[in-house]
Design a protein. Structure first.
Length: 128
């Protein structure tokens, strides 16, 4: 079972992604506050992390550093579920990529979550 963390800026987004991940057989922890997510990654490793686009790069770096300390292969995905295409271009996608983050927006977000959960489950089953 893959351990997934979803950090979002709105409850509905978090619930939608968490529900999909749970339906795929993942064990999901979710948060809508950065400090709560930070405490979660300090106390346990995660196989996959999905974070809403609304956080500054410095916050993403702080969170990812702890995530990757515990699990260097964990994908760290910054997502944007906004329908407004102007809002999707909120920051330089290349900067996110250079820092090791993946970036996704609709409709790819749900497909990427599904693919990464399946991959994490396979990696866990091979290592046990």
């Amino acid at each position: 079972m893959a351990d997934v963390l979803i950090l979002g800026d709105g409850e509905k987004r978090v619930v939608d992604l968490a529900t999909l991940a749970q339906n795929l057989g993942a064990k999901v922890k979710s948060a809508i506050k950065f400090d709560v997510a930070l405490e979660m990654v300090r106390t346990r490793p995660f196989d996959l992390v999905f974070v809403s686009h609304g956080y500054p790069i410095s916050a993403l770096e702080e969170l990812s550093e702890i995530v990757w300390e515990n699990n260097p292969t964990a994908p760290f995905v910054v997502f944007d579920l906004a329908a407004d295409s102007e809002r999707k271009l909120f920051r330089n996608k290349w900067e996110l990529s250079l820092k090791g983050f993946e970036y996704t927006e609709p409709p790819e977000t749900l497909f990427l979550l599904q693919s990464l959960v399946e991959g994490a489950k396979k990696r866990k089953s091979l290592s046990s």
